[in-house]
Design a protein around this ligand. Structure first.
Ligand code: SF4
Length: 169
């Protein structure tokens, strides 16, 4: 049974829901009224459902695709500015309660060693991550999406360094 609120992978990843969503997108790819409604919702920057996103992805009319691209570009600029942002995930452990069959970390896999990093290991990894590249360490945080600076952006790497710096004083 599909349940997007569930914490179980078998419930929030549903093959039937994926097929049904693809059918919905196919049936509505030229539905101008629905596409306009979804675009209006997208302008609020509060997110879309997977079904709504599927309709925009399948959309056929060229003028609507031009609108989708223009709005997507504007939203991207509002959130990130005129730059490319890459996120490098830092795995703190390989324990997992879920069961995604494509992933070796799934809970039923008894053939791998499980590891949870210590605070010292996390500290070393963060330093290596930041030192290896010009990437900024961080997790998706409090992006306002209203074009204002993100000075309250959640940046665990910076907070981590801040704590370390204070501890060393
Ligand atoms: S770690 Fe692997 S098994 Fe766990 S939720 Fe992520 S993809 Fe699924």
């Amino acid at each position: 049974m599909y349940n997007p609120e569930s914490l179980k992978a078998e419930e929030f990843i549903s093959h039937e829901e994926i097929l049904s969503t693809l059918e919905y997108a196919e049936a509505n790819k030229n539905n101008i009224a629905l596409i306009d409604e979804i675009l209006d919702k997208a302008k609020l920057r509060q997110g879309l459902s997977h079904r709504e996103a599927s309709v925009l992805l399948a959309c056929e009319p060229a003028d609507k695709n031009a609108e989708i691209c223009a709005l997507a570009e504007q939203i991207k600029k509002d959130f990130y500015g005129n730059r490319i942002v890459l996120f490098a995930p830092l795995y703190l452990s390989n324990y997992c309660v879920n069961g995604c069959v494509y992933c070796p970390y799934h809970a039923k896999n008894k053939h791998i060693a499980r590891k949870k990093m210590t605070q010292e290991e996390v500290r070393r990894e963060v330093i290596v991550h930041l030192g290896r590249s010009r990437l900024r360490g961080g997790l998706p945080g409090k992006h306002r999406g209203d074009g204002q600076p993100d000075e309250d952006r959640c940046d665990p790497a910076e907070r981590f360094h801040g704590r370390q710096d204070r501890a060393a004083q």
